[in-house]
Design a protein around this ligand. Structure first.
Ligand code: ZN
Length: 254
C-alpha cells in the first residue's frame, strides 16, 4: 500500500482516461489518492471523483492561495459550509503564494490563518502550498501553532534549514516530481532530511518526475519519486515506500 498524498486527478486533464490512470496507480501499489481542493469550481469534480473511487480517493477542503481575491470572505464562508455536509481528510490546499501576484497578500494571510483555525477546531491536518513564501508561511504558522496543528508543506523545494524549521513546528514535507529534476538541487537536500517527516506526492497533472518531465503527471509516478529518494539516501525502494506510507497514514489518520 502506498499513498499519493497530493493529486488533482479530478482535473479536466484526466477526463478522457481517469479509469486507466487509477488502474495504473493500483498496478504500481498506490491504492490511496488524496485530492486537494483549489477553489469553488473544483469542488464538484473532486467530490464526483471521490464518489467514483470511494475506496481509493479521499477529498480535502480548502481555498488555494492563488484563488484568493476580493471575494475572499464570501468564498471562505462557502468553503467552510462544506465541512458540515461531507467528511474531509484535511484542510487543503491552503497557504501563501507570492510568485505570480502580491495584490491580495493581506487577503491570502487572512485566508490562511482562518483555515488554520478551522483545522484546529476540527482536529484535521492541513496541506500547505507555498511559493516564494516559506518564511512568511512559517511566521504565521508559528503564531498559530498551539501544539494541535499538524500537516505538510506540499511540493517541498526549500533548503535543509527550512526543512528543519518546518519539522521543528511538527510539520511534514511532501516530496514530488521536483525531487527528480537534474537541475532542481534536491539531490543535495534530500540526503539530509528527517525521514520521520517525509511523505510522497505527485501534484498531478503538474510537475511530472523524470523521465516524464514536461508531460502530464499521474499518481503511478509516485514510485519514481520514491526511487529517487531511495537512490539519494542509499536505501531500498521497499524501505522508502514503507516509511513514507507509515508517515502519511499517521498524519492523515488513514
Ligand atoms: Zn496542488
Amino acid at each position: 500500500m502506498m499513498i499519493d498524498t497530493h493529486a488533482h486527478i479530478y482535473a479536466k486533464e484526466f477526463d478522457e482516461d481517469r479509469d486507466l490512470v487509477v488502474q495504473r496507480a493500483l498496478s504500481q501499489g498506490i491504492d490511496q489518492i488524496l485530492l486537494p481542493n483549489i477553489d469553488l469550481d473544483s469542488i464538484e469534480p473532486m467530490l464526483k471523483t471521490e464518489a467514483t473511487y470511494p475506496d481509493i480517493c479521499r477529498s480535502m477542503m480548502g481555498l488555494h492561495p492563488c484563488y484568493v481575491n476580493a471575494d475572499v470572505k464570501q468564498t471562505l464562508a462557502t468553503i467552510h459550509s462544506w465541512f458540515e455536509k461531507h467528511n474531509f481528510i484535511a484542510v487543503g490546499e491552503i497557504g501563501i503564494d507570492l510568485y505570480w501576484d502580491k495584490t491580495f497578500k493581506a487577503e491570502q494571510e487572512m485566508a490562511f490563518i482562518t483555515q488554520l483555525n478551522w483545522a484546529k477546531e476540527m482536529k484535521l491536518p492541513v496541506v500547505i502550498h507555498t511559493r516564494d513564501s516559506i518564511e512568511e508561511t512559517l511566521t504565521l504558522l508559528k503564531q498559530e501553532q498551539d501544539g494541535s496543528l499538524s500537516g505538510t508543506f506540499h511540493c517541498f523545494g526549500g533548503s535543509v534549514d527550512e526543512a528543519k524549521a518546518i519539522n521543528d513546528l511538527g510539520f511534514h514535507l511532501g516530496l514530488g516530481g521536483v525531487s527528480t529534476f537534474k537541475n532542481g538541487g534536491m539531490d543535495k537536500i534530500i540526503p539530509h532530511l528527517n525521514m520521520d517527516y517525509l511523505i510522497l506526492e505527485t501534484d498531478c497533472p503538474y510537475l511530472a518526475p523524470v523521465p516524464h518531465r514536461g508531460k502530464r503527471n499521474e499518481p503511478a509516478y509516485t514510485q519514481l519519486v520514491a526511487q529517487r529518494v531511495a537512490d539519494l539516501r542509499e536505501m531500498s525502494l521497499a524501505d522508502v515506500d514503507a516509511i513514507t506510507t507509515a508517515n502519511a497514514k499517521r498524519l492523515f489518520g488513514i
